[in-house]
Ligand binder design. Sequence first.
Ligand SMILES: NC(=O)c1ccc[n+]([C@@H]2O[C@H](COP(=O)([O-])OP(=O)(O)OC[C@H]3O[C@@H](n4cnc5c(N)ncnc54)[C@H](O)[C@@H]3O)[C@@H](O)[C@H]2O)c1
Length: 331
Amino acid sequence: MKETVLITGVAGLIGARFADWMISNKPSFDVIGIDDLSGGYMENVNPAVIFYNMDCCSAELKGVFEKHKPTYVFHFAAYAAEGLSPFIRTFNYTNNLLSTANIVNCCINNDVQRLIFTSTLAVYGYGQGGIFHEDMARSPIDPYGVAKAACEMDIEIASEQHGLDYCILRPHNVYGIKQNIWDKYRNVLGIWMYYHLNNQPLTIFGDGTQKRAFSYVDDCLEPIWNSAVLEEASKQIINIGGVKEYSIKESAETLKEVMGSGEFVFLEKRHEVHTAIPTFEKSIDILKYKHSTDLKEGLEEMWKWAQEQPKRDRFVWGEYEVEKGIYSYWK
Ligand SMILES: NC(=O)c1ccc[n+]([C@@H]2O[C@H](COP(=O)([O-])OP(=O)(O)OC[C@H]3O[C@@H](n4cnc5c(N)ncnc54)[C@H](O)[C@@H]3O)[C@@H](O)[C@H]2O)c1
């Protein structure tokens, strides 16, 4: 019998591209995929994946683990709308924290060899002068960051008490083909592509001096596999992604160059971290991360793909849990 890996969020950006990579590079493994299609698309899922349309919070998850007995679990499923999370608190904690607790239970009960969890830079909050080093204390400033920080701590406790092995990855601003470009609240580069395809200007919150280290998804795939199989990655927390920071304005200019045109419009500032400079030495030393794709090159690939996508309705929340303090552009 073949060994299996289980990928949650397999219809989303990282999950779908990682499944593609596994199928091309690790044919000795069967790939089991779970996704509730709340933020990803069935068209993204490689036909070789054994797919379950399922919410990670559901009791049925247990049956999938018992049937397939995965060696490694890659838990990517989440709703990563950081800026929106204060206005959808309950949804955020249910979808991001409770679903992870369900996954952790299943990993413990089925002797999974290692759980890979994608956390976020949001656990650092403001960091120290914008620097985010893995050794810093968690200090999130929004419910999304709190949920991910709680997941990380829960995994560490499961490791200490139940011997669950893990690697926690903190990716940053990942983009590329198969990203959701139809969600109004997340994925800035995808949002801009959607606007441009629909003859609207590119929106920038605040003055656009905010800095982010964008990461092309394909550069992250082999390092993600390494996080599961390398001994040195056991029980580590590792920032993963691009090694160069760009201001939001600079990245919009780069995308404009790629798309051939585009206007900008500056909107009300959000409650967000201004500068995010993650350290990357650990990802290079332990996971063998290589920054192979520059922003312009990655955007060229993604823009080509975006233009071939079907017309889809944009995802907009019908009702927020909290309206107080919500930004004018989300009302
Ligand atoms: N993309 C980034 O820049 C980035 C940065 C930091 C962290 N992360 C983390 O990496 C992971 C993957 O991110 P992504 O960019 O691929 O996101 P994505 O939205 O493209 O993919 C997430 C997938 O999870 C699915 N999903 C959501 N909730 C689910 C649930 N309860 N049950 C089953 N499926 C569910 C969605 O339908 C979607 O297909 C997430 O955990 C995210 O928090 C991403």
